[in-house]
Ligand binder design. Sequence first.
Ligand SMILES: Nc1nc2c(c(=O)[nH]1)N[C@H]1C(S)=C(S)[C@@H](COP(=O)(O)OP(=O)(O)OC[C@H]3O[C@@H](n4cnc5c(=O)[nH]c(N)nc54)[C@H](O)[C@@H]3O)O[C@H]1N2
Ligand SMILES: Nc1nc2c(c(=O)[nH]1)N[C@H]1C(S)=C(S)[C@@H](COP(=O)(O)OP(=O)(O)OC[C@H]3O[C@@H](n4cnc5c(=O)[nH]c(N)nc54)[C@H](O)[C@@H]3O)O[C@H]1N2
Ligand code: SF4
Ligand code: FES
Ligand SMILES: [Mo]
Length: 896
Amino acid sequence: MGPVIGIEVDGTAVEVPEGASLLAAARAAGAEVPALCHDDRLSPAGSCRTCLVRADGRIAAACVTPASLGTRVETATEDLRELRRDAVEVIVSALPPRALAADNPTELAHICRSLGIGPETAAGAGGGGGDDSHPFVHLDRDLCIACGRCVRMCSEVQGTFALTLTGRGADTVVAPGTGGPWAGSDCVACGGCVDTCPTGAITEPGPARGLTSGTATGDALTRTTCGYCGVGCTLDVLTSAGAVTAVLPARDGSVNRGHACVKGRFAHGYLTSPERLTQPLVRRDGRLEPTGWDEALDRVADGLRAAVVAGGPDAVAAISSARATNEENYLVQKFMRVAIGTNNVDNCSRLCHSPSAAGLTASFGLSGGTDSFDDAERADCLLVVGANPVEAHPVVGARLLQGALRGASLVVVDPRAVGLAEHADVHLRPRPGTNVALFHGLAHVLLAEGLTDSDFLRERATGLPELTELLADYPPDRVADITGVPAADLITAARLYGRAELPAIFYGLGVTEHLHGTDGVRALSNLAILRGAVGTGRGFGVNPLRGQNNVQGASDMGALPDVLPGYGKVTDAAVRARAREVWGVPVPQRPGLRIPEMFTAARDGRLRALWIIGEDVCATDPDTSQVARALDACPLVVCSELFLSQTARHADVVLPVASWLEKDGTFVNFDRRFQRVRPAVPPPDQARTDFAVVHALAGVLGVDLGCPTPADALAECARLAPVFGGISHDRLDREGAVPWPCPGPDRPGEATLYRERFATPDGRAHLSAAPYLPPGEQPDAAYPLVLVTGRRWAHYNSGSMTRRGGNLSLDPADVLDLHADDAARYGLRDGAPVTVESRHGRARLIARVGEQVAPGQVFCSFHFPASGVNSLTSGHADTVTSCPEYKVTAVRVGAP
Ligand SMILES: Nc1nc2c(c(=O)[nH]1)N[C@H]1C(S)=C(S)[C@@H](COP(=O)(O)OP(=O)(O)OC[C@H]3O[C@@H](n4cnc5c(=O)[nH]c(N)nc54)[C@H](O)[C@@H]3O)O[C@H]1N2
Ligand SMILES: Nc1nc2c(c(=O)[nH]1)N[C@H]1C(S)=C(S)[C@@H](COP(=O)(O)OP(=O)(O)OC[C@H]3O[C@@H](n4cnc5c(=O)[nH]c(N)nc54)[C@H](O)[C@@H]3O)O[C@H]1N2
Ligand code: SF4
Ligand code: FES
Ligand SMILES: [Mo]
């Protein structure tokens, strides 16, 4: 905290940070000062004059007047009240009576009640009309007071600049900048305008109309952590009669600070979808039929026993869920290791950031990002590589954008013109699959131009001679040939990163989902090591934007085939001994199967039972026809799901489970923060939590897994894994978020890693000297285009949740982006159906012609399983971790 100054508010002395406004000071002193055009998340506007106070005898608008040492502030005198009342009355008199209806929950209605302004004051004629074209954001022009909070929220917090104030004088109202209806505007439905509007002019439809995170209070609110992406936004869920009415962004959220995105904020319609699974299903005569839990669990237990009899414990495998809680993942891996006796357990980190885990561990020692986002967003150079946070991690994307707008230099490395690229100082567009060459090119320039930290390299790193030798082969011209990135741009980017005082690297799947994804992570880490920008405070390291809400946690909890909770290796006798002490049974020593190996083993007849928890492998794993073959070959497939997913359709038993809004536990977000998850509503009908299901199945098998509650499970994990030793539900309930490593209850978590030493065996950061190798999939005459797959803002992965609600109308189909040259070459028109074929399968999409992709490349998402995108992707995978090469597939396109 910076310096504080003392002032006096209504006769009481208070201390406030230097530079604080009188409004903040008054509120710190407990005074109630209305502030209609103000929101703490925004810069002050000072336009409404409802916040008038007297400062050293003079009337001042508190929101825009800074406190200075010794200021004497009066907030509560009758004359001030009257001045405020006059100001608000003028505003309200133009509004129609509904603005102050008796049960109106808005900030304006509260302020009027507190100032004694009666409903009769609102006597405007109305007639401005509304806009209800958008599923989540409705506009009632008559209620707009032109305070501009929505416009500032959209520009200063979200960074979309979708809104503007139009008209003159008393007729000024908010409108989408594009003109026309809201639904066709640039709005990405982060809900920011809805959450700041003080009058209900912009509101979400339905029972939460007019409520915001500033006005909603009471027992109907449940604080939890978002169950979509890995940002880990803190959300307050408003319920009524056992149903969710709204999800509000918590203003004191550890990461999000009052912001959220279209998924966390609005994509909860799936909860009550008629397609939701509410009863277990078992296959009888080839058909899935409803049954009770007893029969379903008996079927699973019989199948597991038969598999073990036929093939031993290693004939059984489980895919655990990065959507589920830590406690559930902990219990699943314990079940597999203790009740079955195998290490065959994995999670979708395999498909996503397993190269980060491997690469960061090899370079620095621990399997997580190196720094806290709170620090890293202060960087003066942001290197954003193979990540599209504006769409995939919107709250982080918005803050990175604000950083760039405040003056940080921004280097974007992505073959596509992603959202941040528009604001970048340099946008490098490498050919997909050529990252390693590109990163070596950047490193070459750093070395050649002396932009390295020689003290750091000497004292805290190893591998410089080998890397220096390798980098001789990567001069900018050669790198330009390999990657297609102009040498001059490469040099500019290297200088921006190399000369910054506090550079930070953020990266995503464009680095990991490649044949050499782990090499990519390591070559990228080289840059931070060369600069001494990790573990030193002279930069903010290397930070993966991990994907699923709890993919970091699922791996932390040991839902991986080679490590136990806390990343101790199963091959390490001391690690197994410790687990044995806690679990009371020996732990198998042979590393288990990875997800792709599970499918191969099933097709070969070695795997005889597979439990798939919350992953739609038949839609989201690569080369899905091979996945379906594997499931059909496996004698027992059990699927724990919310919906009858593509995978569930191949299962023998389908177990209906609860989702994030219906359960208790914790998630770990992308920068290693543990945060609490709390049930806001009960699961539907017979659905149970994954936690309860694992216990129930263990019970049928006659095994007591211990840890009856999620809090007990995390406590047991903390005993087993020293890095989580200080983390518990109680502590998180008190403190909100705690990052790991956190070895003891009296220790803070380590948000920033490696300040003393790296966690590698020799305590040093390890430079990697692996050469560039080409991607596995190569275009040729028959398949001339490179398909990149990835994400769109309105949908989430398989789309099972986001397709069941209003998000569907925001984005109704998977589209294929292609360049105008290619559209012309292959005779495709914008909006027309297109067939995409690879060496592995075929998909049907809608063509979208534009400038986002380069000629020779096409891009699509995989959010609509029916379009078949993952039948196109190949079996090529990262040579170290088996992470699929989702980002490079050779395809051809044509009219259907
Ligand atoms: N809206 C939304 N948000 C999500 C998800 C979602 O489905 N929808 N999913 C969540 C999950 S599970 C994850 S893992 C994250 C993923 O978040 P991101 O990693 O940001 O997602 P992607 O869009 O898959 O890929 C990122 C970028 O990599 C680029 N790329 C492809 N190949 C290369 C290459 O060779 N080099 C470089 N430098 N870049 C390349 C692509 O053009 C793409 O823009 O998002 C999470 N958040
Ligand atoms: N082509 C292509 N394919 C990709 C990618 C890509 O970039 N390109 N990205 C890959 C990546 S990074 C990832 S992470 C995967 C994601 O792939 P998946 O993990 O398959 O995708 P999701 O849709 O997130 O969730 C899977 C299922 O979990 C269910 N579910 C949700 N919550 C819970 C819960 O609490 N418990 C249980 N039991 N089930 C639940 C949902 O209904 C959904 O059907 O996709 C991968 N596939
Ligand atoms: S940014 Fe991620 S964590 Fe935050 S609301 Fe959106 S999906 Fe949820
Ligand atoms: S809140 Fe201070 S002028 Fe509007
Ligand atoms: Mo992911």
